[in-house]
Design a protein around this ligand. Structure first.
Ligand SMILES: NC(=O)C1=CN([C@@H]2O[C@H](COP(=O)(O)OP(=O)(O)OC[C@H]3O[C@@H](n4cnc5c(N)ncnc54)[C@H](O)[C@@H]3O)[C@@H](O)[C@H]2O)C=CC1
Ligand SMILES: O=C(O)C(=O)COP(=O)(O)O
Length: 529
C-alpha cells in the first residue's frame, strides 16, 4: 500500500521529522513559492507549514487528497480555516510550542528599545563611541500596556513583573478577575493608549485587529511611548507608525513582524528609533523542536482518523477512552439511517443513552452526521465539515443524552424527521466483552443484528408466507442470506424483516421483493463495497 504523503513546505525540526518516522512519504517544497507549492499539493494527504506559506482556498483546492493542514507554530492568519473546513480538511496548530520564545523576544525588544541597544551596537562596531546619544529609559515604575492578554501576553506580563512596572492591558475577551490574579488591570483601548509608557502587542491578526493601532490611536499616546510588536505586521499600521515617530509623537518601536514578509525594505528601517528583527519570535531551537514534534504527532493522529486535541476546526472536546468505540458505531448508524430514509432528514436527533452519556459525547454526534452524509455527498465528509454540511442543507441537529438505558449499557440512536413528516430511527450498541456492533432497533422495532457489509430492511403487513417469498427471490438472484430477523408490533400488524446478506442486493431485486410481498418499504444498505 502507498504511504500517506506529508508535504513539508517550510523548515521543520529534525525532531519533528523523526516523529513522523518511516510510515509516511515525506516530501519537501518551498511553500512561499506558489509555482512550487501548487503542483506539489496534488497528491498530498498532509501539509506542514509555518508563517510563510499561504494556505488559501486556491491551495486547498489544489490538494484533493488533503486531510490535514498543520501549522508548526501559533498564528493561523496564513491559513484559510473556513475554506479548509468546507473541504473537510482538519487544521491544527501547535498553540503552546513557541509562546515562551515569543515572550522572551518581546522582552528583548522592549529592553532594546528602552536602551537603544541595537543602534549603539551598530554605531560602536562602526567605530563610534557615542554615550550621550544612546541614553535610554528605565522600565522601573513605568506603565506597560499589553494589547491581547492571551498566552503570550500573560507570559510577557509575568516576565515584566520583577522590573517594578505597572501592568495594564486591553483584552475585552478576558475576565477582569483573571487579569487581576496576574496583577494586570484591564482597561479600554483608549485608556491603555493614554497611560502606557510601553505598548506591546500580542493580538492575533484578524479583521478586527488589522490596523487596530492606526493614525487616530497614535495621536492618543504619550510622546515618550515605545511600541513593540511581536504579534503580526499590520496590527500596528506601518505608515501611521512611521509618521508618529517622524513627528515625535512616538519615541521608538521594536518590530519583529511586518505587514508583508519577507520585508527587507521599509521606511521604518530609516528611523534610528526603530529596532527590528526578521520575524524571529519563534526562532529558537526549543520552540522549533516543540512545534515540529507537536504538529508531527497531530498529523499522525489525523491521518489515523483519531481525535486530534490541537485541531482548531473540529467541534467537541477530547474524546474519552470509553467514548471512542462509539464513533464507528455512530457513523454506521448514520449511514443506515440515510439508507432507510432514502433522503436527508430535515431534523435529526442523535441520542446517546447509558454510562458514556455522562462524558463529553459531542463527537458521537459528529460521527453520526459523518455517516448520514457519507453516501449522499460527492466531496469527502469528515468530522470537520459534517456540521457545516448539515447547516448548509438546513438540517436541524440536536444531541440528546441520558444516563438511563434500560436494556443496554450504552445505546446510540439516530432519529430523524423527513420532509413528508415520516420518522426514521435506528439504534445500535456495542455488545459483550468483544464490543460487537449491533443494531438493536429500527423504526421502533426491536432486533439484534450485526451491521455487516450488506443489509436489507423490509416493512410490510404481518401475515404468513412472507419469509419464504423473500428467501426464494434472493436465492433466485444468487444472494446468500447470512441472517434474518422478523419483528412486529402486534400479530397481524406491521412487521419488519432485517436481513444481512453476503453480497449487495441489486436495486431491481429489492423492487421485485417489495412488489411481490406488497411491502410498505424496502431498503438495502451497503456499508462496504
Ligand atoms: N513573532 C512571532 O514569531 C510569533 C507571533 N505570534 C503571534 O502572537 C499572537 C498571539 O498569540 P497567543 O498569545 O498564543 O494567542 P492567544 O489566543 O492565547 O491570545 C490572544 C489574545 O488576544 C485577545 N484578542 C483577540 N482578538 C481581540 C480583539 N479584537 N481585541 C482585543 N483582544 C483580542 C484574545 O482574547 C486573547 O486573549 C498569535 O496570534 C500570533 O500571530 C505567536 C507566536 C510567535
Ligand atoms: O507561531 C507564530 O505565530 C509565529 O509567528 C511564528 O512563525 P514562524 O513559525 O516562525 O514562521
Amino acid at each position: 500500500m502507498n504511504k500517506p504523503v506529508v508535504l513539508v513546505a517550510e523548515e521543520l525540526s529534525e525532531a519533528g521529522l523523526a516523529v513522523l518516522g518511516a510510515d509516511f512519504e515525506v516530501r519537501h517544497t518551498d511553500g512561499a513559492d506558489r509555482s512550487q507549492l501548487l503542483p506539489a499539493l496534488a497528491e498530498v494527504d498532509a501539509l506542514i507549514v509555518r508563517s510563510a506559506t499561504q494556505v488559501d482556498a486556491e491551495a486547498i483546492a489544489a490538494a484533493p487528497r488533503l486531510r490535514v493542514v498543520a501549522r508548526a507554530g501559533v498564528g493561523l492568519d496564513n491559513v484559510d480555516v473556513d475554506a479548509a473546513t468546507k473541504a473537510g480538511v482538519m487544521v491544527v496548530n501547535a498553540p503552546t510550542s513557541n509562546i515562551t520564545s515569543a515572550a522572551e523576544q518581546t522582552i528583548a525588544l522592549i529592553l532594546a528599545s528602552a536602551r537603544n541597544t541595537a543602534q549603539a551596537h551598530a554605531a560602536l562596531k562602526n567605530g563610534e563611541w557615542k554615550r550621550s546619544k544612546y541614553t535610554g529609559v528605565e522600565l522601573d515604575e513605568k506603565v506597560i500596556g499589553i494589547l491581547g492578554l492571551g498566552k503570550i501576553g500573560q507570559l510577557v506580563a509575568q516576565r515584566l513583573q520583577p522590573f517594578g512596572v505597572e501592568l495594564i492591558a486591553y483584552d475585552p475577551y478576558l475576565p477582569p478577575a483573571r487579569a487581576a490574579q496576574m496583577g494586570v488591570k484591564l482597561l479600554s483601548l483608549e485608556e491603555v493608549l493614554k497611560q502606557a509608557d510601553f505598548i506591546t502587542v500580542h493580538l492575533p491578526k484578524t479583521k478586527e485587529t488589522l490596523g487596530l493601532i492606526g493614525d487616530r490611536e497614535l495621536h492618543q499616546v504619550k510622546p515618550t511611548v515605545r511600541i513593540v510588536n511581536v504579534a503580526r505586521g499590520g496590527i500596528v499600521d506601518e505608515g501611521a507608525l512611521y509618521s508618529a515617530i517622524k513627528e515625535g509623537r512616538v519615541a521608538g518601536a521594536g518590530l519583529d513582524v511586518f505587514s508583508k514578509e519577507p520585508c527587507t525594505d521599509s521606511p521604518l528601517f530609516e528611523l534610528d528609533q526603530v529596532v527590528v528583527t526578521p520575524h524571529l519570535g519563534a526562532s529558537t531551537h526549543e520552540a522549533q523542536e516543540k512545534a515540529g514534534t507537536q504538529v508531527a504527532r497531530s498529523v499522525k493522529l489525523a491521518l489515523a482518523g483519531e481525535f486530534v486535541p490541537d485541531a482548531v476546526n473540529v467541534q467537541g472536546g477530547a474524546v474519552a477512552e470509553d467514548v471512542k468505540p462509539g464513533l464507528p458505531l455512530a457513523e454506521k448508524l448514520g449511514r443506515v439511517f440515510t439508507a432507510l430514509a432514502g433522503e436527508v432528514a430535515t431534523k435529526l436527533n442523535v441520542e446517546v443513552r447509558g454510562e458514556i452519556a455522562s462524558q463529553d459525547v459531542r463527537v458521537i454526534e459528529l460521527a453520526a452526521l459523518k455517516g448520514v452524509f457519507a453516501d449522499v455527498i460527492e466531496e469527502q465528509v469528515t468530522y470537520v465539515n459534517a456540521p457545516l454540511l448539515a447547516k448548509e442543507r438546513g438540517v436541524e441537529v440536536e444531541l440528546v443524552t441520558s444516563s438511563e438505558s434500560p436494556d443496554w449499557r450504552n445505546v446510540v440512536t439516530v432519529r430523524g424527521v423527513l420532509a413528508d413528516g415520516r420518522q426514521v430511527s435506528v439504534s445500535g450498541t456495542l455488545s459483550g466483552p468483544r464490543q460487537i456492533t449491533k443494531i438493536v432497533e429500527v423504526n421502533g422495532y426491536e432486533m439484534e443484528i450485526e451491521p455487516t457489509a450488506h443489509l436489507c430492511f423490509l416493512t410490510y403487513a404481518d401475515r404468513p408466507g412472507i419469509v419464504g417469498v423473500v428467501g426464494r427471490l434472493l436465492g433466485e438472484h444468487n444472494v446468500n442470506i447470512a441472517s434474518m430477523q422478523v419483528a412486529r408490533d402486534v400479530k397481524g400488524g406491521k412487521a419488519l424483516i432485517a436481513l444481512t446478506v453476503d453480497s449487495a442486493i441489486p436495486a431491481d431485486v429489492v423492487e421485485q421483493i417489495v412488489a411481490e410481498i406488497g411491502a410498505d418499504s424496502g431498503r438495502s444498505v451497503d456499508l462496504e463495497d
